[in-house]
Design a binder for this molecule. Structure first.
Ligand SMILES: Nc1ncnc2c1ncn2[C@@H]1O[C@H](COP(=O)(O)OP(=O)(O)OP(=O)(O)O)[C@@H](O)[C@H]1O
Length: 256
C-alpha cells in the first residue's frame, strides 16, 4: 500500500511568537485512510493542514505527497489535486450551486457534459436532489446544506487527498451526526485519503481509523481508537479519555 502523506520532522513557528505552532512532527498516512486530527484550540491542527496545501510553508522538515517533496511542486497546480473543506464553507455567493461545484472541473477544462453529470452525481452523493438544488444560490440553503455543497465542490475533480478542517463545527448536533455518517460512506466509496481536523473527541473516534492526537504542536499519540483507549501514551491522552468517561458518567447519573 502506498503512503500518500508523509511528514518528516516538520516544524512551523509564526513570526513574533515564542512557541512552535507545529513542533518537529513526523508521521505517515497510507493511501485510502481516514485520519482524524484531534486537539484543543491552538494546538496546531489547522497549521498542520495548511502546510499540506501550501497555504503555509514549514520552517524545516519535509512533507511528501506520494513520495514527492511538495515544496518542489507549483502550489496552485498542486492545490487542484487536493479537496479542501473548512468550517466557514466559503461558497461563492454570486454563483449557483452547480457553478460552485464546477469550479475546479472548469479550470481543468472538462467538457460540459462531463461537468454536468459530475454535478448531478455529487449532489446525489451528498444527499441533495439535483433538480431542486442545482440552480439555487448559497444564501437559499441551510448551513448543513451549504456544507454538503462544500463537500461536493471539494470532491468534484476526484482529488487523491481531502483536507477537512472542522467542517461540521458550526452545525447542530443532529445534522452533524447525519453528516458524519454520510462522510464515512463517501470516504468508503472514494477510497481516497481523508485528513479530518476536529476538537470533538467523539467525532474523532467515530470517523478516524486512526486518530492523531496533538497538544502544544506535538503529536501525543497516533493510533487506532481502541489502542488509544486501552493504552493511552501519556497523561495528556489519559486526561482526554477521562473527560469522555466523566461525560458518560454524568449522562448516566442524570438519566437513571
Ligand atoms: N497566521 C498566524 N500568525 C501567528 N500565529 C499564528 C497564526 N496562525 C496560527 N497561529 C498560532 O499558532 C498556534 C496554532 O494555531 P492553529 O490555528 O494551527 O491551531 P488549531 O489547533 O487549529 O486551533 P483551533 O482549533 O482553534 O482552530 C496558535 O498558538 C496560534 O495562535
Amino acid at each position: 500500500m502506498s503512503i500518500s502523506i508523509e511528514f518528516n520532522d516538520v516544524s512551523k513557528k509564526f513570526q513574533n511568537t515564542s512557541e512552535y505552532a507545529v513542533d518537529h512532527i513526523s508521521f505517515s498516512v497510507t493511501h485510502g485512510e481516514l485520519i482524524t486530527i484531534l486537539g484543543s484550540s491552538g494546538c496546531g491542527k489547522t497549521t498542520l493542514l495548511k502546510m499540506i496545501n501550501r497555504l503555509y510553508e514549514p520552517d524545516s522538515g519535509v512533507i511528501r505527497f506520494f513520495g514527492e517533496d511538495i515544496s518542489r511542486n507549483d502550489p496552485v497546480e498542486f492545490r487542484r489535486k487536493i479537496g479542501y473543506v473548512i468550517q466557514q464553507v466559503g461558497l461563492f455567493p454570486h454563483m449557483t450551486i452547480e457553478k460552485n461545484i464546477a469550479t475546479v472541473p472548469r479550470i481543468l477544462k472538462w467538457d460540459k457534459d462531463k461537468i454536468r453529470s459530475r454535478i448531478d452525481e455529487l449532489l446525489i452523493l451528498v444527499g441533495l436532489d439535483p433538480e431542486e438544488y442545482r440552480k439555487r444560490y448559497p444564501s437559499q440553503l441551510s448551513g448543513g446544506q451549504q456544507q454538503r455543497v462544500g463537500l461536493a465542490r471539494a470532491l468534484a475533480a476526484d482529488p487523491e487527498l481531502m483536507l477537512l478542517d472542522e467542517p461540521f463545527g458550526a452545525i447542530d448536533a443532529i445534522t452533524r451526526l447525519k453528516l458524519q455518517d454520510e462522510l464515512l460512506k463517501i470516504h468508503q466509496a472514494s477510497r481516497k485519503t481523508f485528513l479530518f481536523v476536529t476538537h470533538d473527541i467523539n467525532e474523532a473516534f467515530k470517523l478516524g481509523s486512526r486518530v492523531l492526537i496533538m497538544d502544544g504542536g506535538k503529536i501525543q499519540q497516533f493510533d487506532n481508537p481502541r489502542n488509544i483507549v486501552t493504552n493511552p501514551a501519556n497523561a495528556f491522552v489519559e486526561s482526554l479519555i477521562d473527560s469522555v468517561r466523566q461525560q458518560e458518567l454524568l449522562w448516566k447519573e442524570t438519566t437513571s
